[in-house]
Design a protein around this ligand. Structure first.
Ligand code: FAD
Ligand code: DHB
Length: 393
């Protein structure tokens, strides 16, 4: 087989890249090692930056997101019972975020993929990139016991944090930066009305909590738990009790509880590799970087990598700009490091690390400092709604 861009991974990064390239007449094949059903069962992100929404529009797949997604002009931060409203739209000159689940985004992108006529292979085994440094890279894989080869111009590694692309780069080429936090987030999804229209990030004496949502009838809540905590130890009742202890009293009083649809623990980690490319193979999204979820940047950073590579490839194919592909990593990393820093900062300010330590007192002081006046709240708001994408020139 032959294609222009072989995309490894059918998560939001791979699917969005494939759809955008398709709208520009650039052929691509998507490979994933699992089934579409498996991918759609993952419960992950929920807060979408304006830049991501605009990319979905450009890809022609935003119709349901615009109809069903909730536009949020504010976000609340509660610190030891006291609410602080961050008015995103006023502070950023008109920007907002959209609440729309990653599952729904993936669904919309898969529907568009099926309608596009572009080829995808699911349940593909032993997917392997080859000759990435040459101008004739290729990918091999097995499907239903048969071996296949795809010759291509470029390989897009959109295969998440446990994928094959990053490890296939020779040792010594990549530099890895990592920070592991001493806690995780226990998340619960339930078909109950959310405790508030707005999202509430909570810093309490018992630790961090987040009240989020997927719709007016579906809630997503998180509580900070120690890294070695096991989800089996958390009955739904125990989760609701702990959440009530952490959120402000008025919110606890109106919280509607119910059976969980999903409950899981995600460890918190900051991780970046440099560079985000090896010859004609590019790394995008979780394949290149992981952020702790505080601030909702993981999926949004994947979208900004897609934006960068997509615009570079369009200029390469349509304007003959052969110089640009070598600059993908340098351009993508500037925005990635901003997102990594913001997520690290939000995580540091809002979580308990070591009870009664001087660091925890300093964290209290830092959040109070940033919430105290408008120009400091603006710094938070501008990053929460997402910094602008860099223009490719
Ligand atoms: P993925 O979604 O991981 O997709 C990668 C795809 O590649 C997968 O379909 C996988 O099957 C495929 N693949 C892997 N290996 C291979 C292989 N060898 N061959 C072929 N295919 C392969 N972000 C937020 O912004 N907010 C959140 O609340 C949030 N919560 C999260 C909770 C959890 C538990 C996790 C794990 C992540 C969360 N994230 C959150 C992060 C966000 O979901 C990710 O940043 C986002 O999924 C990245 O998209 P991606 O397409 O880069 O990778
Ligand atoms: C969600 C997750 C986040 O990390 C966040 O900052 C906001 C919302 C969510 O899953 O809804």
């Amino acid at each position: 087989m032959k294609t222009q861009v072989a995309i490894i991974g059918s998560g939001p990064a791979g699917l969005l890249l494939g759809q955008l390239l398709h709208t520009q007449g650039i052929d691509n094949i998507i490979l994933d090692r699992v089934s579409p059903g498996y991918i759609l069962e993952r419960i992950r992100a929920g807060v979408i930056e304006q830049g991501f929404v605009d990319l979905m529009k450009e890809a022609g797949v935003a119709e349901r997101m615009l109809r069903e997604g909730e536009v949020h002009h504010e976000v609340d931060i509660a610190v030891h019972e006291e609410y602080h409203t961050i008015n995103l739209t006023e502070l950023t000159g008109g920007k907002s975020v959209t609440v729309y689940g990653q599952t729904e985004i993936t669904h919309d992108l898969m529907d568009a993929r099926n309608a596009s006529g572009q080829i995808s292979f699911y349940d593909a085994k032993n997917v392997t990139p080859h000759d990435m440094k040459s101008d004739k890279p290729y990918v091999t894989f097995e499907k239903d016991g048969e071996k296949h080869r795809i010759d291509c111009d470029y390989i897009a590694g959109c295969d998440g944090s446990h994928g094959v692309c990053r490890p296939s780069i020779p040792a010594g080429v990549l530099k890895e930066y990592e920070r592991v936090y001493p806690f995780g987030w226990l998340g619960l999804l339930s078909d109950t009305p959310p405790v508030d229209y707005e999202l509430i990030y909570v810093k309490s004496d018992e630790g961090f909590a987040l009240c989020s949502k997927r719709s007016e009838t579906r809630s997503r809540y998180y509580v900070q738990v120690p890294l070695d905590e096991k989800v089996e130890n958390w009955s739904d009742d125990r989760f609701w009790e702990e959440l009530k202890r952490r959120i402000p009293d008025d919110a606890a009083a109106r919280l509607v509880t119910g059976p969980s649809i999903e409950k899981s623990i995600a460890p918190l980690r900051s991780f970046v590799v440099e560079p985000m490319q090896y010859g004609n193979m590019f790394l995008l999204g979780d394949a290149a970087h992981i952020v702790p979820p505080t601030g909702a940047k993981g999926l949004n950073l994947a979208a900004s990598d897609v934006n960068t590579l997509y615009r570079i490839l369009v200029k390469t194919y349509k304007e003959g700009r052969k110089d640009l592909t070598a600059r993908y990593s340098e351009i993508a990393l500037r925005r990635v490091w901003n997102g990594v820093r913001f997520s690290w900062w939000m995580t540091n300010m809002l979580h308990h690390f070591y009870r009664d330590s001087i660091e925890d007192k300093i964290r209290d002081s830092e959040i109070s400092f940033f919430l105290a006046c408008e120009h400091r709240r603006r710094i938070l708001a501008e990053q929460y709604v997402g910094l602008p994408y860099e223009e490719i020139v």
